[in-house]
Write a protein that binds this ligand. Structure first.
Ligand code: ADP
Length: 458
C-alpha cells in the first residue's frame, strides 16, 4: 500500500515522463525530417552545379577529356562523394575510387549512418538536346552530412534531452509539493479520527488546507470532535449527577435510621414523616428517569388530536393562578386577537410541556415577579412565549439546561428540582416537530420560545 503523496508523485512523474518522451520523439522526428529535407535540397543543388560545371567545360572545349572537371575531385573527396565522368558511349573518362572514400570514412569521426551501402546516381550531360556524356555521383548514404551538420543535429537532440530532464526535475519537485498539499491535511484528519476513536476528544486538526473540499473535511471533523467532547462532558456530568441525586436521599435515610437505631433520635411520627418524604422524593426521581427513558427510546405512544392551544393555555394559566398568588407572583396570558391556534398533537404531553415551563417560571421567580404567557402567529408557525422576571440563567448554564439532570449553578441546588423537566419538554416537542429556545439574563429573567408548525390546510 502506498501513501497518497507517494501515489500522486508517482502518477505525476509517470505522466511527465510519458509526455516528455512523446514531445522529444515528435520534436526529434520533425527536426530530423526538416533537416534531411533541407540537406536533400542542398545535395540536389550540388548535383545541378556539378552537371552545369561539366556541361560548361564541354561547351568550352568541345569534348570531354581526362582533365575535364578534374578540379572537382578534391571537393568531392572532402565531401565524401565520388565522381565518375563517362563519354556518350558510357566509357569511363576518369573516376574516383569509392574505396578511398570508405577508407576516409572509417578513419574519420563520421557517424554510422554515413557509412551505409554505396549507391550511385547517374546524370546525363547535354549540349542542347544532345547527350554528350554521363556523370556518376556515388555516396555511402542517401543524404550527405558534414561534421558541422552532424554536430548541429546532435546539439538539437541534446537540447531536447536536457530540457526534458530539466522539466522532469521541475515536475517531480512540483508534484512532491502538490501531493503533500493533499496528503498533509488527510493525514491530519486520519490522525484526528484515531485520536477520537481512542477517546481523546480535545484533539483538533490545526493544519489548514487551501483545497476547498479538504478544508471542509478538516472543519467537519473538528466540529465532530467538538460535539463528541461536549457529549463526553455531558455523559460524565450525567453519571456524577445521577450518583449525587441518588446518594443524597439515601444518606439522609441512612443517617437518620442509624441515629434512631442507636437511640440518638427518638422514633417520632414527625421523624418518620420526614423520612417518608425523602423516600417519596427518591421515588419521584426514579419515576422521572423512567419517563425520560421512554421519551428517549421513542417508545412513547402519542395519541394525536386537534388541540386548541389558546384554550389549553388559558386553562393552565388559570390552574397556576393559585400557586403563583401564593408566591406573590402575577401571571398574565396575552393572545393575538382574531386568530385560531390549532395544532395537532398529544394533548396530555403538550399540557406536560407547559406545566413544566410554568412550574419552572414560578419556581425560579421571587415574590413580586411577573410571568407572561404570549400566544401569536408568525409566518407558518404558532409561537408560545413563557416569560418570567425570575433569577435568570447564567451564560455558562444556558446551553445545557435541556440536558438530562442539568440543574444550573450551585445556588439553584437549594431550589427543589431534579433537572429532568426541560429534557422532557424538549423530547415531547421534538416528537411534535416543534422547537424550543431559551434566552435568559441572570437577575433579569428568562424567556422560553416554543414554535409549533401550523396545521396545513388540505
Ligand atoms: P429542574 O427545574 O427540576 O431543576 P429543569 O430541567 O426543569 O429541572 O430545569 C433545568 C435547569 O434550568 C434548572 O435547574 C434551572 O437552573 C434552569 N431553569 C429552568 N427554567 C428556568 C427559569 N424559568 N428561570 C431560571 N432558571 C431556569
Amino acid at each position: 500500500m502506498h501513501s497518497i503523496s507517494r501515489r500522486l508523485s508517482l502518477f505525476f512523474t509517470a505522466c511527465t515522463i510519458a509526455s516528455i518522451l512523446l514531445v522529444t520523439l515528435t520534436v526529434n522526428l520533425t527536426v530530423t525530417n526538416k533537416f534531411n529535407q533541407y540537406m536533400m535540397d542542398i545535395q540536389n543543388k550540388r548535383y545541378e552545379r556539378i552537371i552545369a560545371y561539366f556541361e560548361d567545360a564541354y561547351k568550352k572545349d568541345g569534348r570531354l577529356t581526362e582533365n575535364t572537371g578534374i578540379e572537382l575531385m578534391h571537393e568531392a573527396y572532402m565531401g565524401n562523394y565520388c565522381i565518375t565522368l563517362r563519354d556518350q558511349h558510357e566509357q569511363t573518362i576518369w573516376g574516383m575510387d569509392p574505396k578511398e572514400i570508405k577508407k576516409q570514412l572509417n578513419m574519420g569521426t563520421m557517424p554510422v549512418q554515413q557509412k551505409g551501402v554505396y549507391t550511385t546516381k547517374t546524370f546525363k550531360l547535354k549540349e542542347g538536346d544532345k547527350v554528350v556524356g554521363y556523370v556518376d555521383i556515388g555516396q555511402y548514404s542517401s543524404v550527405l552530412l558534414t561534421e558541422e551538420d552532424q554536430n548541429f543535429k546532435s546539439s538539437i537532440n541534446k537540447s531536447i534531452i536536457a530540457s526534458g530532464l530539466l522539466t522532469l526535475i521541475i515536475i517531480t519537485g512540483l508534484s512532491l509539493y502538490f501531493s503533500k498539499q493533499f496528503s498533509s491535511p488527510i493525514k491530519e484528519v486520519a490522525k484526528l479520527s484515531v485520536d477520537l476513536s481512542k477517546g481523546n476528544f480535545n484533539s483538533k486538526s490545526v493544519v489548514k488546507s487551501n483545497i476547498h473540499e479538504l478544508e471542509d473535511l478538516r472543519k467537519s471533523v473538528n466540529i465532530l470532535a467538538g460535539k463528541l467532547q461536549f457529549q463526553d462532558m455531558l455523559r460524565q456530568r450525567l453519571i456524577s449527577d445521577i450518583s449525587h441525586e441518588i446518594r443524597t436521599p439515601l444518606n439522609v435515610l441512612q443517617n437518620n435510621l442509624e441515629a434512631m437505631i442507636d437511640g440518638v433520635y427518638p422514633v417520632t411520627q414527625e421523624k418518620l414523616h420526614y423520612l417518608n418524604e425523602e423516600v417519596i422524593r427518591f421515588g419521584r426521581l426514579i419515576n422521572n428517569l423512567n419517563v425520560l427513558k421512554e421519551f428517549e427510546s421513542e417508545s412513547t405512544k402519542l395519541s394525536y388530536e386537534i388541540i386548541e392551544l389558546d384554550q389549553l393555555l388559558l386553562e393552565l394559566c388559570h390552574d397556576f393562578h393559585a400557586p403563583s398568588e401564593k408566591k406573590k407572583l402575577k401571571i398574565d396570558f396575552v393572545i393575538q386577537p382574531d386568530k385560531k391556534f390549532s395544532i395537532t398533537g398529544d394533548k396530555d404531553k403538550i399540557k406536560q410541556v407547559f406545566v413544566n415551563l410554568l412550574a419552572n417560571a414560578i419556581k425560579f421567580t421571587t415574590a413580586g415577579g411577573r410571568i407572561l404567557v404570549q400566544l401569536y402567529e408568525k409566518n407558518d408557525d404558532i409561537i408560545v412565549e413563557v416569560v418570567d422576571t425570575g433569577i435568570g440563567i447564567n451564560k455558562e448554564d444556558l446551553p445545557f439546561i435541556f440536558e438530562r439532570l442539568y440543574r444550573g449553578d450551585k445556588s439553584r441546588q437549594e431550589i427543589e428540582g431534579n433537572g429532568i423537566g426541560l429534557t422532557i419538554v424538549k423530547n415531547i416537542l421534538q416528537l411534535h416537530d416543534a422547537s424550543i429556545e431559551a434566552e435568559s439574563e441572570e437577575g433579569i429573567g428568562s424567556k422560553f420560545t416554543i414554535c409549533f408548525p401550523k396545521i396545513k390546510k388540505p
